[in-house]
Design a protein. Structure first.
Length: 325
C-alpha cells in the first residue's frame, strides 16, 4: 500500500542519513579535521549540524560522491555554487539557517529524494524546483512563503509535503496534480478556502489544516476516500459538507474551536471513526446517529451550546467510549 511505501521510504532515507558515513566524525569534530582529510571524493555522507557555520569549507567542492549533506542549525545564508553540482545527492538538510532565497541551480539535484528547508527566511522558491522529479519528502515549514511555484505540479513522486507556519492565503488548483501525496501539512497559515482539486489526492491519508481561516470545506472533500486523519482545529468553519460522510476510512476528526452550529446525520457513515473532537463550537444539538459509531473511543463535546446532554451518550460510555461533556 501507499502507507507501507511511505514508511519503507522513510526507513531507507533515515538509514542513508545514519549509516553512510565513510568517516565516523560528525559536526564540529568533522569540521576541525576537514581541511586535513584526504579522499574527500569518497565521502558519501557529511554531517555539519550545529557548527555555527556562516560559510562552508573551501574544499567542500571536492565532495563529488556525496549522497547526504546535512547542514542543519547553522548560520548559513548562501551556499557555494559547487553544492549544486553534487548530482548524486539524495538528502539535503538546510533547516534552521538564514536562507532568504535558494538558487535556481537547485534544480540540477535531480536525484534528491529528501529536502528540508524548514525554519529559514524564505519568501519565494525558484521555478527550477520542478526539476526535482525524484523528490519524496519536502519540508518547507516556518518560512515566509505566500505561494508555491507552479513547477511544483511536476513533483509526481512527492509523498510528504510540509508547508506549515508560512503565510499562504490560498492553495493553487494544481495541488490536485500531486496525486502521490500521502501526508499534507498546511497548518498555521492564512488559508481562507481550499481548491476543489484537493479531491484528486486519491492517496492522501493525513490532512492537517489547523490554525487557518477556513470558513468551509469544498463539497468535493468526500472524494478523499483513503483519508484517515483530518485536523481542522481553530478555523472558522460554520458547517461540514454532507460529503464528509464519504470519508469512511477516517479514524480521527478534529473540528474543535470552530463555529459549527449543527452536524449532519451523514457523519454517522464514518464507521471507522475512533476520535471525534467537537469542543468549543456553537452546537445546540447532536445527531442521535453518533451513537451508531461502534469504533468510537473518545468523543469530546465540551464548550458548546447544548442545553441538555442526550441519553444515548450513556450508550457510548457503556461500550467503553470516553465522553467529555
Amino acid at each position: 500500500t501507499v502507507t507501507r511505501s511511505l514508511l519503507a521510504t522513510q526507513q531507507i532515507i533515515q538509514s542513508t542519513m545514519n549509516h553512510q558515513h565513510t568517516s565516523p566524525l560528525r559536526g564540529e569534530q568533522l569540521l576541525s579535521q576537514f581541511d586535513s582529510m584526504g579522499n574527500l571524493d569518497k565521502l558519501e555522507n557529511i554531517n555539519l549540524d550545529g557548527c555555527q557555520l556562516k560559510a562552508l569549507p573551501v574544499n567542500i567542492s571536492n565532495l563529488t560522491g556525496l549522497k547526504v549533506l546535512s547542514l542543519y542549525n547553522n548560520e548559513l545564508a548562501v551556499l557555494p555554487d559547487s553544492v549544486w553540482r553534487f548530482t548524486n545527492l539524495a538528502t539535503l538538510n538546510l533547516a534552521e539557517n538564514h536562507f532568504s532565497s535558494i538558487s535556481e541551480e537547485i534544480g540540477k539535484l535531480i536525484n534528491l529524494q529528501m529536502l528540508d528547508l524548514g525554519h529559514n527566511e524564505l519568501t519565494l522558491l525558484p521555478q527550477s524546483f520542478g526539476g526535482l522529479l525524484n523528490l519524496i519528502f519536502l519540508y518547507l515549514s516556518n518560512n515566509r512563503l505566500t505561494d508555491l511555484p507552479s513547477s511544483f505540479r511536476r513533483l509526481k513522486k512527492l509523498l510528504y509535503l510540509n508547508v506549515t507556519d508560512n503565510q499562504l492565503t490560498s492553495l493553487p488548483e494544481w495541488i490536485g496534480e500531486l496525486d502521490s501525496l500521502v501526508e499534507l501539512r498546511l497548518y498555521n497559515n492564512l488559508l481562507t478556502k481550499l481548491p476543489t482539486s484537493l479531491s484528486r489526492l486519491s492517496n492522501l491519508r493525513e490532512l492537517y489544516l489547523m490554525n487557518n481561516k477556513l470558513t468551509a470545506l469544498p463539497t468535493t472533500i468526500g472524494s478523499l476516500t483513503r483519508l484517515s486523519k483530518l485536523d481542522l482545529q481553530n478555523n472558522q468553519i460554520v458547517s461540514l459538507p454532507e460529503s464528509i460522510g464519504s470519508l469512511t476510512q477516517l479514524t480521527e476528526l478534529n473540528v474543535r474551536f470552530n463555529n459549527l452550529t449543527s452536524l449532519l446525520d451523514t457523519i454517522a457513515n464514518l464507521k471507522n471513526l475512533r476520535f471525534l473532537d467537537l469542543r468549543a463550537n456553537q452546537l445546540t444539538s447532536l445527531p442521535a446517529s453518533l451513537a451508531t459509531l461502534e469504533k468510537l473511543e473518545k468523543l469530546d463535546i465540551r464548550w458548546n451550546q447544548l442545553s441538555t446532554h442526550p441519553s444515548w451518550l450513556g450508550m457510548l460510555e457503556q461500550r467503553g467510549c470516553i465522553v467529555y461533556t
